[in-house]
Design a protein around this ligand. Structure first.
Ligand code: SAM
Length: 243
């Protein structure tokens, strides 16, 4: 599965419009507010990685955070984020870059947030690990990496797991998919690639890439989300790691 193919999906007008609506109307989830405010202080430099149209960075700005930047590898998403930031006079720098090669100095940040399962949209476990190592490089010792994933072994994905197990056992998965847990989701915004890991896989990846696992909780364990948020995004696991 070529990373470029995934990137192209995030350049499509439907995808950009979807994440622009999220940035304008939805804002931070209750779970995100709770977690981010408990982990980060408002003077700390933070990166919203895979920022899309800026939903998380704007939400943090509204909470009083001031040393924020956003990075995404879709130029169309970055254009939208910059436009919204200009309109609202948010002092946030948005840059075009790939998570596997961040244009940032070693230890430059106190925290990186790769929200809404963006890390799992990088195809290939080794490439995801490259991104995790790269985030480790730009976070200072003791800084935090927060990201979300689905969890294919959690009860909410029971049907997904049953169906995928059958498909992969018969070898009927699409040719481009390489690892069990890889899937294309059909959404109104198009076909979206996503890897659904299990918990053990992420624990191994954190250890292999120089992170110390701090906590992981399902979203429903952190906060009761509004129906809008639940419509926008399925249940997920929030991971917190320390550098
Ligand atoms: C599910 S969207 C989330 C957007 C935004 N964080 C939000 O919550 O509305 C994932 C975003 O990650 C970006 N992304 C995925 N892989 C990336 C990579 N390797 N480097 C930079 N951005 C990436 C996509 O372009 C997309 O904008």
């Amino acid at each position: 599965m070529e990373p470029e193919r995934v990137r192209q999906t995030f350049r499509q007008p439907e995808a950009v419009a979807h994440y622009t609506r999220a940035a304008r109307d939805l804002g931070l989830w209750r779970s995100e507010v709770r977690l981010f405010t408990s982990l980060f202080r408002d003077h700390e430099p933070l990166l919203d990685l895979g920022c899309g149209a800026g939903r998380i960075a704007f939400g943090l700005w509204e909470l009083g955070y001031r040393r924020l930047q956003g990075i995404d590898y879709s130029s169309e998403m970055i254009r939208e984020a910059r436009q919204i930031a200009r309109f609202h006079r948010y002092g946030i720098d948005f840059r075009l870059a790939d998570a596997v090669a961040l244009p940032l100095d070693n230890g430059a940040l106190d925290g990186v947030i790769f929200g809404f399962n963006g890390l799992m949209q990088i195809p290939g476990r080794e490439r995801r690990r490259r991104a995790m190592r790269e985030v480790r490089r730009v976070v200072r010792p003791g800084g935090r990496f927060v990201f979300t994933t689905h969890d294919r072994e959690h009860r909410v994905f029971r049907d997904f797991l049953r169906i995928q197990t059958t498909i992969w056992a018969r070898g009927e998965q699409p040719d481009e998919l390489e690892e069990f847990g890889d899937n294309f989701f059909r959404t109104p915004e198009g076909e979206i690639f996503m890897h659904l890991p299990n918990r053990a896989e992420i624990l191994e990846d954190l250890e292999a890439t120089g992170w110390r696992h701090q906590s992981d909780l399902m979203r429903e364990e952190i906060a009761n989300e509004s129906s809008e948020v639940r419509r926008f995004s399925d249940e997920c696991r929030f991971w917190v790691a320390e550098g």
